[in-house]
Design a protein around this ligand. Structure first.
Ligand SMILES: [Zn+2]
Ligand SMILES: [Zn+2]
Length: 184
């Protein structure tokens, strides 16, 4: 599967945004400080962190809900409709940029867009590319009991089931190993 670097970054942002609401942890977007930390940690370009407020927080949390709906979509058609609605509401202005020393890539968010519209446009398009590529099933939730964190399975044979091989994957491997030992 060929996904370019920018799409991959946008997918990482999508997953990280979804996982701010991880069930086993407290909501990292509970307040504006949490939003500022998220934006700072993800180098969301052209966003003034000091100007983020309660309206941004509410809007980003709403975008997070839409991403969750897209991950849970039962079909490509359902996902496409959700993505179209999200991206249309955000507004897009595709343009080439080489900001901050990056290679040329396309930004989709409109100049001056709010952080919520920025994420909706660029992450929404990245999710759209997965549908276009026939790879929507790579948008997954962790299979470990009680986890449910989002991830994008970039493995060659689409075999990844857990959010992180170091935590959930490993935890289950250990549990399976112990179960086998008990049986033998
Ligand atoms: Zn960029
Ligand atoms: Zn997990």
């Amino acid at each position: 599967m060929l996904i370019n670097h920018d799409t991959r970054c946008a997918l990482d942002h999508t997953v990280d945004l979804l996982n701010t609401a991880a069930e086993d942890a407290h909501d990292a977007l509970a307040d504006v400080e949490g939003l500022r930390a998220f934006v700072a940690g993800h180098a969301v370009s052209e966003v003034r962190i000091d100007r983020l407020g309660a309206a941004d927080l509410g809007a980003v949390r709403a975008v997070r809900e839409r991403f969750a709906d897209i991950f849970a979509a039962p079909s490509d058609r359902a996902a496409a409709e959700l993505i179209n609605t999200l991206v249309a509401a955000a507004g897009t202005t595709p343009r080439l940029t080489d900001h901050d020393g990056h290679d040329w890539h396309v930004h989709y968010f409109s100049p001056g867009a709010s952080v919520a519209d920025h994420l909706a446009a660029d992450c929404g398009m990245a999710l759209g590319f997965m549908v276009v590529a026939g790879e929507r099933e790579r948008l997954r939730r962790c299979g470990a009991p009680g986890c449910g964190r989002a991830f994008v399975d970039l493995s060659r044979n689409r075999s990844r089931r857990y959010c992180s091989s170091r935590t959930c994957g490993n935890r289950l491997h250990v549990a399976a190993y112990r179960a086998r030992r008990r049986e033998s």
